[in-house]
Design a protein around this ligand. Sequence first.
Ligand code: NAG
Ligand code: NAG
Ligand code: NAG
Ligand code: NAG
Length: 489
Amino acid sequence: MSSSIAAINLSSIQQKLQHVSHGTLCKSIAISGLVLFFFYTFLYNNPYNHSSDLFMSFVEHKSPATSVDITNSPTNISHIMFVLVGCIRTWKYRRPYTEAWWRENVTRGNIWLDLPPTEDLLPWPSMSPPFQVNEDITKLKVYPKLVNPVEVRIYRSILDTFRLGDNKDVRWYVMADDDTLFFVDNLVEVLGKYDHTKYHYIGTNSESIKSNYDFSFEMGYGGAGYALSYALVEELVTKMDGCIERYPHLWVSDYLSSSCSADLGVDLTIEKGIHQIDLRGDISGLLSSHPKSPLLTLHHFDAVEPIFPAKDRFESINHLMKPAKFDQSRVLQQTICYHRQSNWTFSISWGYSAHVYESIFPRSILRRPLETFASWKRGRPPLFMFNTRWPSIDPCVAPHVFFLETVDRSSEEGDLVVSIYTRSSTRNMPACSLNGNHSADTISRIQVSSPAIGRKEAGRIECCDVEYETGKEVASVKLRTCMKGEILA
Ligand SMILES: *[C@@H]1O[C@H](CO)[C@@H](O)[C@H](O)[C@H]1NC(C)=O
Ligand SMILES: *[C@@H]1O[C@H](CO)[C@@H](O)[C@H](O)[C@H]1NC(C)=O
Ligand SMILES: *[C@@H]1O[C@H](CO)[C@@H](O)[C@H](O)[C@H]1NC(C)=O
Ligand SMILES: *[C@@H]1O[C@H](CO)[C@@H](O)[C@H](O)[C@H]1NC(C)=O
């Protein structure tokens, strides 16, 4: 046994367990010191006594029989099989998170449960994904050795889904929790870039450096959601129970999943629109400076404050889904423009928020999220996997903050989507005197118009123009294609 095992204290391990992304609330087992000891013995000493399995996996790399020309047959929503995992205890109150994005008779897949639904959950609503009950894992040979059977049940939902036999035309298996919010049109576009006949494992790691350090920087967090190509799943399912036998001491399903894929030679591909949200408090700063990748998922709504002021969690999610119904490609996409007469900067996070700064800030600064949120667990910085800006009380630096009020289609000046953002609270600061002393206090509403037809090109920013007459309540922002070489500063 290595001495490092003794050095690991219980609290740091419990902390790790709370980073767990998948199904934490479905767990009921107690954490015993003995179990933790085995967990670490395993991690540090790696007893690969099933090495024959391991090497078999390497040699069996064959290209899948099905080879589809994805340029002639683009990936669409019916090629995605959702493998959502919950339990009857959490489903009661998490159902609205899933129903906010699930499309009856359109999205394919199931919500996997630990037990048949209790009477209070019946009749099963048609707006929910159909339920399935996972195979009983107590009859597995490896069962007595499992330190966390719940996590094995969760991972085996992929196998259970495959065995249902409804695999016709499935290109992607997308795994997530019952509190994961999907932006399905964007998911279709992003997965469409990859060839499902090759091995792909697409997800993201945690926002928290500590979580990734404790588990793995190579792990796609399960609550954030991750996608496995058909070719990979076809291989994984035949070897899944063998893999579980190699890793009976792993605590979390997503670590197990990343380990099983790794042993087939497949590493994580990170997509920046997937979000685990291992954060606490007010995440508006993060959602107001989203990377330019399409928004794919959000997670952990129970752990953060409602994302809109004066709305509860469910209202907030349904509110964000309103702009998503008009145009998913622009949701949370940051667009920056300037009102030069006043030395102001406008930063729009489409469908969510608008910030007005009484200074000119370049995009290189504004793309960093304002650190309005706290880390999942207290600790010493650096805490996050990205750079942040510290919220300031300097009137030249602190923004005026507006949140989405309404969104609608308008044909007044061409076919547009008009989204309106209203001030959430007064800024309570004097004007920034360094830049001409132009106060933006008079603005109460920001009206943003964007094209109603045509998705924004993924991975490419848009530019905008501001129209504002001094003293007026409404500022108007029009999104447009950036000019060649246009500089945002
Ligand atoms: C998706 O594409 C397949 C062809 O690969 C087609 O048969 C199916 O109708 C399409 N589904 C949707 C919803 O467009
Ligand atoms: C879904 O399909 C079922 C069965 O075909 C049908 O009764 C139901 O009305 C459909 N729901 C929607 C929203 O299309
Ligand atoms: C903008 O700010 C600069 C200083 O940052 C100042 O010199 C200039 O006069 C301001 N322009 C206006 C129109 O207020
Ligand atoms: C800035 O403008 C406010 C009114 O908006 C005024 O009261 C204040 O004196 C001005 N300050 C400077 C330095 O011009």
